[in-house]
Design a protein around this ligand. Structure first.
Ligand SMILES: [Zn+2]
Length: 507
C-alpha cells in the first residue's frame, strides 16, 4: 500500500528535459504495468491500476504506442506553462498571494456589511521570521445571518501548493457571492440564512514557492535543519489516526511527511482553532486533481457513521458536477491518515467532503473557467445543505391515461404534494401555502408539518394529498406561476412547482 501511495503522488525532481506533454496512459487489462511505468517515466498521478498520468516526450509516446498502450493527450507542456508563470511578475493567469489579498481587501472595504476578512494565523515562514504570510479567512454573510447565528459552512483550498486551481476557484466563489447578493434573490436569501467561511489558501508559503520556483512542490515550507528536509504534508498533519502513520511518512524528505506531531504546523493548528470558533455544520475542501468527490474516511476499518447523509449529499453533488463520488479508500484504492476531512468529520462531526478538481495540476485559462463553474455550483450546494433545505414537488397520484377521457371529465383531481428536506438540519414547524397561478383551486391550500427531518436521519418524505378542483373560466387569472411558499423556524423558501396547466382537468 505504501509503495502504491508513494507512486501515486510523489513526483521526483527530474532533470530538465525537452518539452514533455501530459498524457493519460490507460492500463486496460494490464493494471500491473502501472508500477513499471512509474519506474521508467515521469509519472504525475495514477488511479487504482486504471491509468497512469505521465509527462512524455514524443519518442516516449511512440514507444508506448508500439507497446500497445492506449494514450490520451491531456495538456501540452505543463512545465513550460509554469516556467512562463514563474517568469511573469504577476504569475500569469494564476493569482499570487498578494493579488488574492488585494482583491479580498477591496471586497471587504466595498462591502463591509457582507464581507469579513480575518487574519487567523501565520504561515510557517512568517513564524520563523523568513518573510512568509498571514492566513486569511473570508466570511460572506449578512448581518441577519450573523445575528441569528445561522448554520455555518467552511470551504477550504490551497492546502497542497501545486494544486493551484483550488485557490483560484474559491476566490472566484467569493466574487460570485458578492455579485449575487446584489443581483440574485437566491444568493441573497442564502447569505441571510447561512454563514459562509472561505479559506482560499491554507498554505501561502507553498503557493509562492510553486509559482516562482518549483511547480511540483506539495507541502508547506517548514525547514528541518537536522535532516535537511523541507516541508510537512498539511493533509497528513491532522489528529485523526495521525499516529498510525498509515499512508504517511516520518521522513521530512518525503512528499507525504506527516510532521513531528498532530497539528505541529502553524497552518494546521490555526485552522483547528478557527474551526472551533466558527463551528461549521458542513465543509467542502478542494484538492487537485482527478475529477472525483471524496468522503471520509481515508482510514480503513472506519465507515462514516452518517451514511444516509453522505449518500444523499454525495449522490446529488455527483449528479450536479458529473464527478463520481466515494470514500477515499474506494475511489483511490489506497489509505491515508491525518487528513483534514477525516479529522473534520471523525473528531468534530462536521459533514466534510472533498473535490479533486480538474485533469491537471496547472490548468490553462479556459479550463480554469470550467473549473470555476463546477466549484461554484458545488459550494452553493454544500452551503444550502449545511442548514435545513425543504424542497417540494406536486404531481398527479397516477398519470392521466393517454387521451385521458376519464381524467378530463372528472371534476377534480387528486395530487400529491411531496416535501423533503435535503439539508442536514431538521426543519421544524414547517408552514406551507400555495400562491399564484391556480392556488385558489388547491384544497387544502395551506398547512403545517411539525418536523421534516434532515438527511442525517433516515430519508423521510412527507406526502400530502391535495385535491385540485376543475377550473372555472376566469378563476385562474393570476399570471404568476404556481409556487409553494414554505416557512419554518429560520427559513423561508419560495418553491416553483411544475406548471399545472397541463394536468388541470378540462384544460
Ligand atoms: Zn491535495
Amino acid at each position: 500500500m505504501i509503495r502504491i501511495l508513494a507512486f501515486a503522488i510523489a513526483l521526483g525532481i527530474a532533470t530538465p528535459l525537452a518539452a514533455s506533454d501530459l498524457y493519460r496512459i490507460w492500463l486496460d487489462g494490464k493494471p500491473e504495468s502501472g508500477a513499471k511505468l512509474a519506474d521508467t517515466y515521469r509519472t504525475v498521478l495514477s488511479l487504482k491500476g486504471r491509468f497512469t498520468d505521465a509527462l512524455l516526450s514524443q519518442e516516449e509516446v511512440a514507444t508506448l504506442g508500439r507497446q500497445g498502450f492506449r494514450l490520451e493527450f491531456v495538456q501540452k507542456d505543463p512545465e513550460g506553462l509554469m516556467r512562463r508563470v514563474a517568469a511573469s511578475p504577476d504569475r500569469g493567469h494564476f493569482r499570487s498571494e498578494t493579488e488574492m489579498l488585494q482583491e479580498l481587501r477591496m471586497l471587504a472595504a466595498e462591502h463591509p456589511r457582507l464581507v469579513r476578512l480575518e487574519d487567523f494565523g501565520d504561515s510557517w515562514e512568517k513564524g520563523a521570521g523568513l518573510g512568509g504570510h498571514d492566513l486569511w479567512a473570508v466570511g460572506v454573510f449578512s448581518a441577519t445571518a450573523d445575528s441569528r447565528q445561522a448554520p455555518a459552512a467552511l470551504f477550504l483550498g490551497g492546502v497542497h501548493s501545486r494544486e493551484v486551481a483550488t485557490t483560484e476557484v474559491l476566490t472566484e466563489f467569493i466574487h460570485r457571492l458578492v455579485k449575487g447578493h446584489a443581483t440574485d434573490p437566491q444568493i441573497r436569501h442564502l447569505l441571510d440564512t447561512r454563514r459562509l467561511w472561505i479559506v482560499p489558501l491554507l498554505n501561502p508559503d507553498g503557493r509562492e514557492y510553486v509559482l516562482s520556483t518549483d511547480a511540483w512542490w506539495r507541502k508547506n515550507r517548514h525547514r528541518f535543519p537536522a535532516s535537511g528536509g523541507v516541508g510537512v504534508d498539511l493533509n497528513r498533519n491532522f489528529p485523526f489516526y495521525w499516529a498510525s502513520g498509515l499512508g504517511s511518512s516520518d521522513n521530512p524528505a518525503s512528499a507525504i511527511y506527516r510532521g513531528e506531531a498532530p497539528l505541529s504546523e502553524p497552518e494546521t493548528s490555526a485552522l483547528g482553532a478557527f474551526v472551533t470558533r466558527v463551528a461549521p455544520a458542513a465543509s467542502l475542501s478542494f484538492h487537485a486533481y482527478g475529477q472525483y468527490i471524496l468522503t471520509p474516511y481515508g482510514y480503513p476499518e472506519r465507515r462514516p457513521e452518517d451514511r444516509t447523509a453522505y449518500a444523499s449529499l454525495g449522490r446529488e453533488l455527483s449528479e450536479q458536477t458529473g464527478y463520481p463520488w466515494g470514500t477515499v479508500s474506494e475511489m483511490l484504492g489506497y489509505h491515508s491518515s491525518g487528513r483534514h476531512d477525516d479529522w473534520l468529520y471523525g473528531m468534530r462531526r462536521i459533514l466534510s467532503m472533498e473535490m479533486e478538481l480538474g485533469r491537471t495540476f496547472f490548468p490553462e485559462q479556459p479550463e480554469l473557467e470550467v473549473l470555476n463553474r463546477i466549484a461554484t455550483g458545488a459550494c452553493l450546494y454544500v452551503a444550502r445543505a449545511a442548514g435545513e433545505w425543504v424542497r417540494a414537488s406536486l404531481s398527479p397520484v397516477s398519470p392521466p391515461p393517454p387521451g385521458g377521457k376519464a381524467a378530463s371529465e372528472s371534476p377534480e383531481r387528486v395530487m400529491v404534494l411531496e416535501l423533503t428536506n435535503g439539508g442536514l438540519a431538521d426543519a421544524r414547524t414547517v408552514r406551507w401555502r400555495f400562491e399564484g397561478g391556480s392556488a385558489a383551486l388547491m384544497s387544502p391550500s395551506s398547512g403545517i408539518v411539525a418536523t421534516i427531518p434532515g438527511v442525517r436521519h433516515a430519508p423521510s418524505t412527507v406526502r400530502l394529498p391535495i385535491t385540485m378542483r376543475r377550473p372555472v373560466s376566469g378563476l385562474v387569472s393570476s399570471s404568476k406561476p404556481l409556487v409553494l411558499v414554505v416557512t419554518s423556524n429560520a427559513e423561508r423558501a419560495e418553491i416553483p412547482l411544475e406548471p399545472t396547466a397541463r394536468s388541470v382537468p378540462g384544460e
